[in-house]
Design a binder for this molecule. Sequence first.
Ligand code: MRU
Length: 339
Amino acid sequence: MKDLESMSLKVENGKLFVLDQQMLPHQEDWIESKTPEEMSKIILDLKTRGAPLIGVSAVLSLALYAEKEPHPEKIMAKAELLRSSRPTAVNLMNAIDRVLEVGQKTQWDTLEITKEAENIFEEDVELCEKMATIGSQLIKPNENVLTHCNTGGLATVGRGTALGVISKAYENQKGIHVYVDETRPLLQGGRLTTWELESLGIPYTLICDNMAGQLMSVGKIDRIFVGADRIAANGDFANKIGTYSLAVNAKFHKVPFYVVAPFTTFDKNCPNGKEIPIEQREPDEVRGVKGSFGKVVWSPKNAETYNPAFDVTPESLVSGYVLDKGLFKASELSKAFEN
Ligand code: MRU
């Protein structure tokens, strides 16, 4: 496999490395993933995360495995393991399907499998650029934009989806300012989006998730951009828990609300949001926090919790979908994603 490099995933001399996102922003630890088993655990633990990034991480791991163990049954078993690491992000399933399809078509030629995994990496970089160019045109000079979770270079191997749009607008001298939702329970906004915005020099203000509605009520938010983990055929979409409340608030306060996603996030076989599988996670993530800052448990030790990683936002709350092919409405999605 050739060398590949991104903000949090790289291949060097045939070895695959992941930047441990659970330790950001205070520590930058690169860990090697030697097997699909290790990669599956890394994905489950959100050391690597973000829908496009986990798709790319999984197929690089699978291709490196295939190079060493070129047996179809073994490769398919590891593919199933990787696929089961996280159920909601359809990019993971789509990327694995593509690599397996190439395997089947080429009598499991490992050079071809590796080439497809490399293509998926390079394609993601291009898709991010396209979305950024299209979405950044929606932002007017000096606007305050709000975003949720982390959708930048730490969620893709390119410049990101929603955060890629925002960074492009900044590059284009729009003079923007970003409100960042902290994104409980795992703080992808507070730890990761802030880290990316600092390194890009983009002005931002970190807020607790429950402050977004108040900011909208006083007219402080001009536009909202979020990513997606799976877009159903009718436009309903799953994204980080808290996205739905934002969208409801945005509708009430008439703040334009955009979803930014590449075609790899579209699930044409899923008719609507009710059919999207939602990952439920461990209670301890809600009972406290842990990371490079230490570990705190603030609730009674065995407090009952509810911890869905994602929620579903109905298409009726979305102002527009910024895709790699252009800006679309929900009713136009199936056509937009046809090829
Ligand atoms: O649980 P995470 O951190 O993987 O969730 C990430 C998100 O919800 C992102 O918004 C989504 O993957 C799109 S980012 C390109």
